[in-house]
Design a binder for this molecule. Structure first.
Ligand code: ZN
Length: 254
């Protein structure tokens, strides 16, 4: 059974068929789903899904691109949400320098604050990092993120850097990009990583793997990602599913 470590089923892309889709997951081999928060509203929506479906868990956090509106009141609310039982991680949190806003300093402050929160609650973190490799690594090092643990999701940097995150004690989230024809860099990352440090994720509704690239993504596409990882690592499909599911259970403490 497959562990979907990163999904956004609260997204409006699923408004038409959310319940039909989620109800079909178990019969299609998806054992667990972690619905990841991007702000307070989506975290609350994720928690509603977690309340409705026993196999859905939630991560609570504010995405770096959403930190511009965060304040102490919002942070206090986030803290309460993070402490709930079905919340298995703080995330997604991190740095995104692809867009100019919010200012890098604002993103850095809330990244560090949310790392602290995870430490306090003894829950792992889900890191989102785009075009910000060095600052992400530095903030994680300064805040001793290795003691907290978690995953660098939708990983997009070099193989060398991936091993640095692993050395820090982190897992690496691999999604649809590994199946893309121009996904050479991701193949190198998967080659370099020990399979015991890889988590399967879709980041749906985004980043559907081949052969469904460009369409709305869902956890039902995870087998394509697992199959590609199996090819790259010279393992069987079943081995990849079994090991990555164990990895996710260990990380999310399930
Ligand atoms: Zn995400």
């Amino acid at each position: 059974m497959i562990f979907e470590t990163h999904a956004h089923y609260d997204d409006e892309a699923f408004d038409e068929d959310r319940d039909i889709l989620l109800s079909s997951m178990r019969e299609n081999g998806i054992e667990y789903i972690v619905n990841v928060g991007a702000n307070l509203e989506s975290t609350a929506a994720g928690l509603e899904l977690a309340a409705k479906y026993p196999f859905v868990y939630a991560a609570a956090g504010v995405h770096p691109s959403e930190t511009g509106t965060l304040d102490e009141t919002g942070f206090a609310r986030l803290k309460k949400l993070c402490a709930l039982e079905k919340v298995v991680a703080v995330g997604e949190i991190g740095l995104d320098y692809y867009w100019d806003e919010p200012a890098h300093d604002v993103q850095k402050i809330w990244f560090a604050r949310q790392l602290d929160l995870a430490r306090e609650l003894k829950k792992p973190v889900i890191i989102h990092s785009r075009d910000a490799a060095k600052d992400t690594f530095d903030i994680m090092t300064e805040n001793k993120a290795g003691e907290i643990g978690g995953v660098v999701h939708c990983y997009s940097y070099s193989a060398e850097m991936a091993l640095d995150f692993v050395k820090m004690g982190f897992y690496i989230g691999i999604g649809g990009v590994v199946t893309f024809k121009n996904g050479k860099k991701m193949k190198e990352v998967v080659e370099a990583l020990p399979i015991e440090r890889i988590l399967l994720e879709t980041d749906c509704p985004y980043l559907a793997p081949e052969p469904n690239r460009g369409k709305r993504n869902s956890s039902l596409n995870l087998p394509y990602i697992a199959q590609k990882i199996a090819e790259i690592k010279g393992l069987s499909y079943e081995e990849v599913i079994e090991i990555t599911t164990k990895n996710a259970e260990r990380m999310y403490q399930l």
